[in-house]
Design a protein around this ligand. Structure first.
Ligand SMILES: [Zn+2]
Length: 289
């Protein structure tokens, strides 16, 4: 079951933003909730017969004055069928190679129009759509775009160990660097006006969120710091995180700010919630409304 709808759009100050559901993904529920016992997490997200929970892979398209900007690119089309089965990835497109391209078209644009692609980090379900496979081989999926990523994340992704290797595939990012299409950034900075990189370490050491600001409104693409609304309670941390106690402190700091500054938080993997403002009800963080 692929989470719907394909595209949800709204205004953020003067910016038009589109959440594109780039496909479905099913991951082991125990791995998704770390030390949280199954009787607790399965009340929030039901497991299938292989103990997997249904997730989305939401990318964000921003209509910016320099042109359309894309944050994260889903899982792409370059792996073999067995891989897509293991991870329960359903992202094949109806008009383009993947649902991401379908969603970009539904939002009124083409992949060729994208001027900037920003990766939260380089795991295969976030950067897999950076490149695309067609009859001529593997090529940049957004041929006229610059790609922005954290330099530390790229180093981490190209120097893997036994624990991290399964998440990083070189064909998702190395060809882009070799083609001179990547602009590396270090830490926090304004990438273009109103879009700021925001280091959120823990899931990976150089994982970043993206903070959008327009008019008096702010939105935060939180990526894998809190992949679904069920991950808002501080201790609900993925087993996939390489530094879970760093995640904990990052969440403590970021979610407090999200509440006090009324950020619209964009959830990448939630099957239902594209975005929400959040609140603390005295016990835990949760989505408002
Ligand atoms: Zn990840």
């Amino acid at each position: 079951m692929i989470p719907q709808p394909l595209v949800e759009s709204r205004q953020l100050g003067r910016l038009r933003i589109h959440a594109i559901q780039a496909g479905g993904q099913r991951l082991d529920g125990g791995a998704m909730f770390g030390v949280v016992p199954k009787p607790l997490w399965e009340k929030r997200m039901a497991a299938d017969e292989r103990n997997r929970i249904q997730l989305g892979m939401r990318c964000l398209l921003i209509e910016h004055e320099i042109g359309p900007i894309l944050i994260d690119t889903g899982a792409g089309n370059k792996e073999d069928p067995k891989f897509y089965d293991i991870y329960g990835i359903e992202n094949r497109g109806e008009t383009g190679p993947t649902r991401l391209e379908d969603g970009i078209r539904e939002a009124g644009f083409t992949p060729e129009q994208i001027v900037l692609v920003i990766n939260s980090h380089l795991h295969f379900d976030h950067a897999g759509g950076n490149t695309i496979k067609d009859a001529s081989g593997t090529r940049p999926a957004f041929p006229n775009a610059r790609y922005v990523m954290q330099r530390g994340e790229y180093e981490y992704a190209t120097h893997t160990n036994e624990r991290t290797a399964a998440s990083y595939f070189r064909h998702n990012f190395v060809p882009l660097v070799e083609a001179g299409l990547v602009d590396f950034i270090d830490g926090e900075r304004e990438i273009v006006s109103g879009i700021r990189s925001f280091p959120t370490p823990g899931h990976t050491p150089y994982h970043q969120g993206l903070l959008l600001e327009s008019g008096s409104e702010q939105a935060f693409y939180i990526a894998d710091l809190a992949p679904t609304v069920a991950h808002l309670p501080l201790a609900w941390i993925m087993g996939y995180d390489v530094e879970p106690l760093v995640t904990l402190e990052t969440k403590r700091r970021v979610l407090a700010r999200a509440v006090s500054e009324e950020w619209l938080v964009v959830f990448e993997h939630d099957p239902h919630w594209a975005w929400a403002k959040i609140e603390h009800d005295g016990r835990a963080y949760k989505p408002k409304g």
